[in-house]
Write a protein that binds this ligand. Structure first.
Ligand SMILES: N[C@@H](CCC(=O)N[C@@H](CS)C(=O)NCC(=O)O)C(=O)O
Length: 236
């Protein structure tokens, strides 16, 4: 099947969901780097592709697709005819796969995103928000842990886009938020296994950006220390 795919992206948790999916499917695609630090995603031309002004977005010929999980579903529904990383529409496993995708896009992503923001990047210190969002992130991890205690992958017995969607968030959460993965042994094993895939390694580095791939433990320690040095701004 022919494709004319351009991926507009940046190497973030949402961005790499799309590039890992494309790598898994072995599809040819062009990459248009969108530096979100320079607000390229808010430019007029980009809003025509994603009216929400965020990455990732994708075009396939004249078709535009935005929202990372929507991009993943679009790609597998159209191109994963061998069902390498997806289940067939109309099957119970497909419904399970979509349920876990929605769990990620409606829960894990937004909650961990807020935890990351308040713990590492905010302009004020809010102890209430830090506690609320880290606790909610950990609660969501415990939901993933329970599921992975029952089956090796989120949608069942096969590695699918449902795993990719949550993996891209969970792989960095512990480092960013000081979450001890020893509390979540099934997640730890699942993250290690997925992270070893050559396709995942390649997709997680698209586009390659030195300042993103060079973020070390020290970088995140410094970010947390900046917040800790502020006075808590919550009103009681
Ligand atoms: N629900 C959206 C979220 C996309 C999103 O928040 N992308 C972030 C990067 S991970 C972004 O573009 N941030 C820049 C901005 O908010 O302007 C999706 O899954 O695609």
């Amino acid at each position: 099947m022919s494709s004319d795919i351009t991926l507009y992206t940046w190497p973030t948790a949402n961005g790499i969901k799309a590039s890992i999916t494309l790598e898994e499917l072995g599809l040819p695609y062009k990459v248009e780097p969108i530096d979100i630090g320079a607000n390229i995603q808010k430019q007029e031309w980009f809003l025509k592709i994603n009216p929400n002004g965020r990455i990732p977005a994708l075009t396939d010929g004249t078709q535009r697709v935005f929202e990372s999980c929507s991009i993943m579903l679009y790609l597998v529904n159209k191109y994963d005819t061998n069902r390498k990383i997806s289940y067939s529409p109309g099957t119970p496993e497909y419904v399970e796969q979509v349920s876990w995708l929605m769990f990620q896009t409606g829960g894990l992503g937004p909650m961990q995103g807020q935890a990351n923001h308040f713990r590492l990047a905010a302009g004020v210190r809010s102890d209430y928000s830090i506690k609320r969002y880290i606790e909610e992130t950990k609660r969501l991890y415990s939901v993933v842990e329970s599921r992975l205690q029952q089956s090796p992958y989120l949608a069942g017995w096969k590695y699918t886009i449902a795993d990719i969607a949550s993996y891209t968030w969970v792989r960095r959460g512990p480092q960013l938020l000081e979450i001890d993965l020893a509390e979540f042994p099934a997640i730890e094993k699942w993250v290690d296994n997925i992270g070893r895939r050559a396709t995942v390694k390649k997709g997680a580095d698209i586009p390659h950006v030195d300042r993103m791939s060079g973020q070390t433990d020290e970088f995140f320690q410094n970010a947390r220390a900046r917040i800790d040095a502020m006075t808590n701004s919550d009103k009681s």
